[in-house]
Ligand binder design. Structure first.
Ligand code: FAD
Ligand code: MLT
Ligand code: ZN
Length: 478
């Protein structure tokens, strides 16, 4: 069960030759990069925990260019690692060895926007925050939001099926993505870029590529259904004395804020300590074991404020919440959100971070943190919990002054066995990438994993697309 997650052996792909470079330079003048200084940042992941040694970075602008690249690489048996904003957290976005990096950075054009339906069609390399700005000017918003918005690409979001901070309200990308254009491993362009809400003509092939982490095809364009921009946004930052109180607040919140609730997030006191220590952020309320960020988004400011007020009165009178503050102005809203969004960044300053992204029944999400703390005792520097309560998604992070194999051996497989024991998922939203690929069996039956292997073999028979990622070694190294 607990196969090692360390680097697998290099598969027998061809190595890039001068003739290959000549082909790429002709196809992409000035955009076939071999400068080691430029390649350095594309070879390393956001967490600086995985480092490849690719010597070529390709920056296509069009689908046709992506198609020509893949057709060539498939014929030449050259492995390719697709890369968006390189903010992925499971080592999926960087090469493991010398795979060619195919970056969507220059594929950043909005192709169409329909202001009646709210359907946006754009190239895969559009940065999430730029799309949000584009839509806000037109009174719409993106249906997803995450801390990495300033760098991540919509194609990367779709490829990881990113969840983020608004999933509770607008649902997963599996519902909001209406169409995809994908280039298959052999260069064939699959144009499923529909802009229809309903389309039951055969199998929904786009779903195969959502969450496939670059292993089945390169996403080149996305059409996505966007909600109207809410007229009124309120953010409440609240403190609770116990996780039980936090759950009671969540239940009350769903009942009293229902249709205007757009996020229910949490962080524990250890996260707050890291925000204060490493990022010099200030806790706006009195110290508590747990903090909640609640966002409401609605169409009537007066109505929403009244609802929020009634809710706050209820949770304070019942002592579910011990202290809190509310913001409506943009600057304060952003400041409160940064206390939740910047936990990931604060952790990077605390030492080496072991990251776990677990789906659990909501009432169990903090039990894993408590049990892990007890299990590790003083072997870890910090054991912290935060995440998306509304989605039953815990982010359990454990820090250590340096990479520590003994600590890792104490964490794994304990964390995966614990998760399996409550029928949770070992990857709620980040995917499996390189780091988690071998733990898939804790959450999926062998028959399902074998079928995934067959799909991979059908779509990418030579295995050139993002090798060593997502599928476990017992399938992908056969
Ligand atoms: P990359 O990191 O470049 O790539 C991710 C994976 O997708 C790789 O396997 C890559 O090969 C593949 N890929 C990229 N582009 C394409 C493409 N066009 N076609 C095919 N495959 C492709 N995730 C969440 O789910 N929720 C969060 O709240 C969240 N918050 C985050 C906060 C921070 C501060 C950070 C650093 C990360 C966060 N993430 C979160 C992780 C998340 O997976 C990414 O931020 C995002 O979805 C990845 O987009 P990217 O463009 O950076 O993709
Ligand atoms: C988050 O919700 O903050 C992200 O998924 C990133 C993380 O897990 O650190
Ligand atoms: Zn998250």
């Amino acid at each position: 069960r607990s196969l090692p997650s360390s680097a697998p052996p290099r598969l027998p792909f061809s190595r890039v030759t001068e003739a290959d470079l000549t082909f790429f330079r002709q196809l992409l003048p000035g955009r076939a990069i071999t400068d080691p200084d430029v390649l350095e940042s594309s070879n390393v992941d956001w967490l600086k925990s995985v480092r490849g040694s690719s010597e070529v970075l390709l920056r296509p602008r069009t689908t046709e260019e992506v198609s020509k690249i893949l057709r060539y690489c498939n014929e030449r048996n050259l492995a390719v690692s697709p890369q968006g904003g390189n903010t992925g957290l499971v080592g999926g976005s960087v090469p493991v060895f010398d795979e060619i990096i195919l970056s969507t950075t220059l594929m950043n054009q909005v192709l169409a926007f329909d202001g009646v339906s709210g359907i946006l069609t754009c190239q895969a390399g559009c940065v999430l925050e730029s799309l949000s700005q584009y839509l806000e000017e037109r009174d719409f918003v993106m249906p997803l939001d995450l801390g990495a918005k300033g760098s991540c690409h919509i194609g990367g979001n779709v490829a990881t099926n990113a969840g983020g901070l608004r999933l509770l309200r607008y649902g997963s990308l599996r519902g909001t993505v209406l169409g995809l254009e994908v280039v298959l491993a052999d260069g064939q362009v699959l144009n499923c870029l529909a802009t229809l809400r309903k389309d039951n003509t055969g199998y929904d092939l786009k779903q195969l590529f959502i969450g496939s982490e670059g292993t089945l095809g390169v996403i080149t364009a996305v059409s996505i259904l966007c909600p109207r921009k809410p007229n009124a946004v309120n953010v409440a930052f609240l403190g609770c004395a116990s996780f039980q109180n936090l759950l009671e607040t969540f239940q009350c919140c769903r009942g009293m804020l229902g249709e205007i609730l757009s996020a229910f997030e949490f962080l524990d006191a250890s996260c707050m300590a890291l925000l204060e220590k490493h990022l010099k952020l200030t806790n706006p309320i009195t110290e508590c074991p747990f903090y909640i960020v609640i966002e409401t988004a609605g169409s009537n400011a007066k109505h929403d404020e009244e609802k929020l007020h009634n809710f706050l009165e209820e949770v304070m009178s019942k002592s579910f919440v011990t202290d809190g503050t509310v913001a409506t102005e943009d600057v304060k809203v952003k400041a409160l959100w940064s206390l939740r969004e910047r936990v990931t960044e604060a952790l990077t300053h605390d030492g080496f971070t072991y990251k776990y992204d677990i789906s659990l029944p909501v009432e169990k999400i903090y039990q894993l943190v408590t049990d892990m703390r007890e299990h590790l005792g003083d072997r870890a520097k910090n054991v912290v919990g935060y995440g998306h309560v509304g989605d039953g998604n815990l982010h359990l992070n454990i820090t250590s002054p340096t990479r520590d194999p003994a600590l890792l051996a104490a964490i794994e497989p304990y964390v995966y066995e614990w998760t399996e024991g409550v029928r949770g998922s070992v990857s709620a939203e980040h995917g499996l990438g390189l780091k988690k690929r071998n733990y898939i069996y804790y959450s999926k039956p062998p028959e399902a994993v074998a079928l995934m292997g067959s799909i991979k073999a059908m779509l990418d028979p030579r295995g050139i697309l993002n090798p060593y990622k997502t599928l476990p070694d017992d399938l992908s190294l056969r």
